[in-house]
Design a protein around this ligand. Sequence first.
Ligand code: HEM
Length: 348
Amino acid sequence: MNLFVSILIVFIVITNLKCLTTYRRYELPTGVKNSKDYMNYAFDLTKTGSKVYCLWTGPLPVVGVTHPETFKQLIGQEHRKARGHNEPYTLIQEWIGEGLLVSGDRKWERSRKLLTPAFHFNILTGYIDVMNTVSDTFQKEHPLEVGQSDRKRRLDFLDILLTATDEHGRGLDREEIQSEVDTFTFEGHDTTGSALAWSIYALGQNPKIQAKVYEDVTAVLGDKNHVDATDLHDFKYLPKYIKEVMRYYSPVPLIARKSAKTLVIDGYEVPPGTRVDINIYATHHNPAIWDTPEMFDPERFDADNKDGNDVFGFIPFSAGNRNCIGQVFALNEIKICLAKFVKRDSLS
Ligand code: HEM
């Protein structure tokens, strides 16, 4: 073994020594070989009451949080999402650039401030017609034609990206605009597409629930096929159904952090540079937070039901400063698409 490799191993062992001893009791069982095993392992640990876990990829520990308390402790100490050496995100960075999702510290803070107006209620309302048209095309009702009325001038994401300026009057440069467009394109289609696919799958799995979704949609829309802004607020059961899909299937099941400083989670010291996973799927199925978590039941999101009321226990869009900037946009899209789907088709 050459000298460099030996030095590297000694370095890794020394920097992780504390974690090695702290987490020994959570050592990875030998059966964990792939991402499915990993999720099952984390999930099984929640049943023992554990709020945090540690497993090993070779000599490197991966810590994970599965409970609102430990999630809160993590984001309270590392709210800006450290970057630079966070493998899952540096891999995506090659593809979508250093936009909102992967950037950290001041760069993220400035961009988030500049881009927040792009998701203002008025801007999102401007997308409702487009969402209706695209949804109709998806159901092959109408060919996608952008008519004169669709072309009418309205403020959109690109306008904000091109015109937003900070307190020094500086806007985003070309590279920043490119990264943000790529980030929205990635973050906006894969996630929402997966949520919609699970929503349709769950309708087929639960015929009685499907009937309730249909009832709610027809009560609000009547004979009309166009979903407008007021309809979005009038749906009662549909939003609960979508929330349950987001909990049960968790379209984004896992996100990760790496901090440059020592973190303390559930009393354990996590050394700088350790990858810490926020296990959204395991949190959403944690029996300490949810009654009968393996039951698919939209009623758990009734206002008078305690389930799902903890903002840090129901985290399909994450929570805190680095929550999903596109969550209302996504929910509008899913509501419109699903409402039109159940009006036209039924699944068994
Ligand atoms: C069902 C759909 C969606 C889900 C489940 C979802 C979920 C998430 C989650 C969990 C995060 C936190 C990521 C992390 O901390 O590493 C996030 C961040 C983000 N999402 Fe979404 N997302 C959805 C739709 C969208 C849409 C439609 C857009 C844009 C149009 C979008 C843009 C973003 C951006 C830019 C971030 C980074 C925010 C920041 O760090 O400041 N997402 N999303």
